[in-house]
Write a protein that binds this ligand. Structure first.
Ligand code: AMP
Ligand code: MG
Length: 323
């Protein structure tokens, strides 16, 4: 965990144009000074991320929204007031303060105030915005603790601020307010229902609208193992079928469908928590564990797509997407 002096050290690295891994409540971010284009370019290089895929700019408080946005529509103000700090990102028109390298050339920018005490301390001490995607190689499972970051990025990151395990565990919900009506571009840590209650209207989930957003690629958030999605009552049979084909099978299945026996030598069983908050918090850890235990295929099912189930289902679909 972080020690005294770590915030100062992280600020120093950011000011010098370096990269800092920052803990947030969603996943760990790979951060750079958002106004230092050279530093931001390094993020893309380290991740292996195509340069036209925009980053989120993390800011210390909702009061800074107008410094980074050219225009803030009324629903965006309401959402920021209610959900920041928190796992919700707003896409607004960018102010001239945002370099185009951050937005992948777009005239919009994604902004968020993260709800993690260390991230907030860092942002407050730094004063500026921190551009950060998730701190993993492009396409891979996002890191939810500091060890995951070190394993994935090693010396490519100048400093890792260790804030423990992420409390939410899946990325932020991205809400685009640049169009005629607000829309969700990526489901995440704030549920669609909670957002709709605050803006008092329906929020379409518009996954197709942001083909440039990395979360929207066919395969993303993916473990090394190939992921198959089936109905929950078919998981065991599908697992057996794949096992007969000589595959090392991992099962990620709801408690109601779990077999009485535990994992055996050829099969790894992980029981998905009933609580969607708990499932979200541990989803990436499960996918990592299945990889670590040598599975080459994973069989899973989608949860009901309401509340946090919408984000979990989205990540599982992308993990199962064509490579
Ligand atoms: P990552 O942390 O790797 O998931 O990357 C940050 C996310 O922010 C991406 O997945 C994009 O979906 C999103 N994003 C950032 N800027 C924009 C923007 N201007 N328009 C739409 N989506 C954006
Ligand atoms: Mg990512």
């Amino acid at each position: 965990m972080a020690e005294a002096g770590d915030i100062e050290r992280a600020v120093h690295v950011l000011r010098a144009g370096g990269l800092v891994a920052i803990p947030t409540e969603t996943v760990y971010g790979l951060g750079a000074d958002a106004e230092n284009s050279t530093a931001v370019v390094r993020i893309f290089a380290v991740k292996g991320r195509p340069s036209n895929h925009p980053l989120i700019v993390h800011i210390g408080s909702a009061s800074q929204l107008d410094d980074w946005a050219a225009e803030v529509p009324e629903p965006a103000r309401r959402l920021a007031a209610r959900f920041w700090p928190g796992p919700m990102t707003l896409v607004v028109r960018r102010s001239p303060r945002v370099p185009l390298v951050v937005t992948g050339g777009l005239e919009s920018v994604a902004l968020r105030v993260p709800a993690h005490p260390l991230a907030l301390s860092l942002l407050s001490a730094f004063g500026g915005g921190v551009a950060a995607p998730s701190a993993n190689r492009f396409g891979a499972v996002s890191p939810t603790n500091a060890r995951h970051v070190r394993e994935a990025l090693g010396d490519a990151v100048d400093f890792v601020l260790d804030g423990g395990a992420c409390a939410v565990g899946v990325e932020s919900t991205i809400v685009d307010v640049t169009g005629d009506a607000p829309a969700i571009l990526r489901p995440g840590g704030v549920s669609r229902e909670d957002l709709e209650r605050v803006i008092e209207r329906r929020l379409p989930v518009n996954l197709e609208a942001s083909v440039r957003a990395p979360g929207q690629h066919p395969s993303h958030y993916a473990p090394r193992a190939k992921v198959f999605l089936v109905e929950p009552d078919s998981i065991l049979a599908e697992g057996e079928r794949l096992q007969r084909l000589g595959r090392r099978v991992g099962l990620l299945l709801p408690a109601a469908f779990a077999p009485p026996h535990a994992s055996d030598a050829d099969q790894v069983v992980i029981v998905a928590p009933d609580s969607m908050a708990e499932y979200a918090r541990r989803l990436y850890e499960f996918l990592r564990e299945l990889d670590h235990r040598g599975c080459d295929v994973v069989v899973a099912s989608l949860p009901a797509e309401d509340g946090l189930g919408l984000a979990i289902a989205d990540r599982l679909r992308r993990a199962a997407g064509p490579r």
